[in-house]
Design a protein around this ligand. Sequence first.
Ligand code: GDG
Length: 471
Amino acid sequence: MPDRTSFDLVIVANRLPVDRVTGPDGRVELRRSPGGLVTAMESVMRGREGAWVGWAGEAGEASDPFVEDDMYLVPVPLSADEVADYYEGYSNASLWPIYHDVIVQPVFKRRWRSAYEKVNRRFAEAAADCAARGATVWVHDYQLQLAPHILRELRPDLRIGWFNHIPFPPVELFMQLPRREELLRGLLGADFLGFQRRTDAENFRSACRRLLGATVKGEIVTTEDGRAVRAAAVPISIDADGLQQLARSEPVQERAREIRHELGDPDLVLLGVDRLDYTKGIRHRLKAFGELLSEGTLTAPGDVLIQVATPSRERLEAYQTLRGQVERTVGQINGDYAPIGTPAVSYLHRSFPREEMAALFVAADVMLVTPLRDGMNLVAKEYVTCHGDDGALVLSEFTGAAVELQGAYRCNPHDIDALKTTIMEAARSPLDERRRRMRSMRRQVASHDVARWAQDFLDDLAAAPDKPERR
Ligand code: GDG
């Protein structure tokens, strides 16, 4: 246990890097949930004592703060109603669709909005309680857009940063949100706001200009109380070294060969890996693959698609509808085109250990990343890091990753004919071309990994324009 309860660096995110799980015998267990964010934060927390404020994933009372891997974890309690209203409701049924181009219709409920504010205040208070004087607080994502402002009111001495993992919408869409100005003011409580793409930062600044009448010069927004806030792009990445080592390990290479063998040693393995979310373009991808089979351009079992669709937000109607549509389409494709015993689409609606994910990336000839809108898309970066030189990445123009991964076969997933052409171009391209493209993308990811992202963000935050002596 660190001998202190105030820290120089405080991370505030919806989720803690552990899951609180109650077993059938009623025993509570904490399980580490190692995601990309945890790896990134580990790299910046090394050598300094940091705290992480977040929800442990189960409704009800929260346990006392505790230490895990040298990090002081502060659980924030959420009641079952708050999970339904703040998280599933406002965050995922109001904000998520608006921030992803209104692919599905957003739902607005005033009760959800009140819960969002109340929960944002709780997170901000928990952060204020454990931040040392002059500390840096890094708030994450769309679930916590009011927290920066609340935190600044509580603790004007803090350096506050916020990073948006998802897109920031064009002002014409953002305007649909009830009480939209309060969200902008909430964010402007920070000193520095990081976005995945320059376009996202521009969208935010335009919203400030248009809806708050704020002065915007270059990347700087001047707030109503005269503070200067910088909004700029800091694209997120992956632990490229760690993942490449895993992918090159003998067990993973062996498992990749085994996967191809289990599929009947096909000539062509296409792969999709996504949370089962309507933003990811899974239906468009399946439609393109189904048409390629029906035309005879591809044939099963020589050409197959593996689709991992990790369960997500299963209590929300839009997600239940999507699951039904995807599963019906997979059934149709297999019913129409697959011979006995070998599916044309291997559909996997569950999650896998990272070793298995790495083996899938190694096994796939062509990776299909076709979101209709995606903040970054880490899967694209993971594939180019894991797979050898002979792979190919089909990548939607509507992802943050498309800005960086110039060696990808770019596509507009809405254009099914063009998507089919791009898939075939990627699958049939000469080896030397694929090699050139894969190498350039792998180099890009290796030189811009998640540790660099986290350090860049913290450097930008430290250098943010507002002078601490003003406070
Ligand atoms: C949000 C933004 C942004 C998936 N299935 C399994 C598994 N995964 C891993 C992937 C990847 C991660 O989950 C998903 O990251 P994405 O970036 O693809 O997408 P979101 O979940 O929507 O993330 C996104 C990201 O935040 C970071 O800022 O890029 O735009 O929407 O790492 O590999 N991992 C394991 N088993 C699975 O079954 N172990």
